[in-house]
Design a protein around this ligand. Structure first.
Ligand code: DQA
Length: 140
């Protein structure tokens, strides 16, 4: 099974950024733990702060992998381009958020991703990604 993880803006600062919300682990450390836990899964990882680069990656991965875990971060709440990209690919996309966006500011309650995602996992810290992997493996 091939799973692509795509992270949007500011998630390169995980471990340093608003640690009371996002925790003090870097994504690289967390990804290494995921790879160890799921040796049968081949992971790819991409992060960008640029909307067009994220769209290009969704288009690319979308024809190559079995599933995408997408944390579009702030672009979740604004990007028609990412919405359309998800509709354009065969791979299922699971929307991921580290924090519970529905328990935060009103502008985070709107998502351009949810309506075209297979499902969404929000609010479990970095474990949201692990639950996303399990959703693709059918072990839930
Ligand atoms: C986030 C939630 C978004 O609202 C925010 O803009 C992020 C991270 C999360 O994982 O909790 O950057 O996607």
């Amino acid at each position: 099974m091939k799973i692509a993880i795509i992270n949007g803006p500011n998630l390169n600062l995980l471990g340093k950024r608003e640690t009371s919300i996002y925790g003090d682990n870097t994504f690289e450390t967390y990804l290494a733990a995921l790879e160890k836990e799921f040796p049968s899964v081949s992971f790819t990882y991409f992060q960008s702060n640029i909307e067009g680069e994220l769209i290009a990656q969704v288009q690319k991965d979308g024809f190559e992998v079995d599933g995408i875990l997408l944390n579009a971060a702030a672009y979740t709440h604004t990007s028609v381009g990412l919405h359309d990209a998800i509709k354009s690919i065969p791979a299922p996309v699971v929307e991921i958020h580290i924090s519970n966006t529905f328990a935060r500011e009103d502008f985070r309650h709107q998502s351009y991703i949810s309506g075209v995602a297979k499902g969404l996992i929000v609010g479990f810290g970095l474990d949201s990604y692990r639950l996303g992997v399990l959703s693709f493996l059918g072990e839930h």
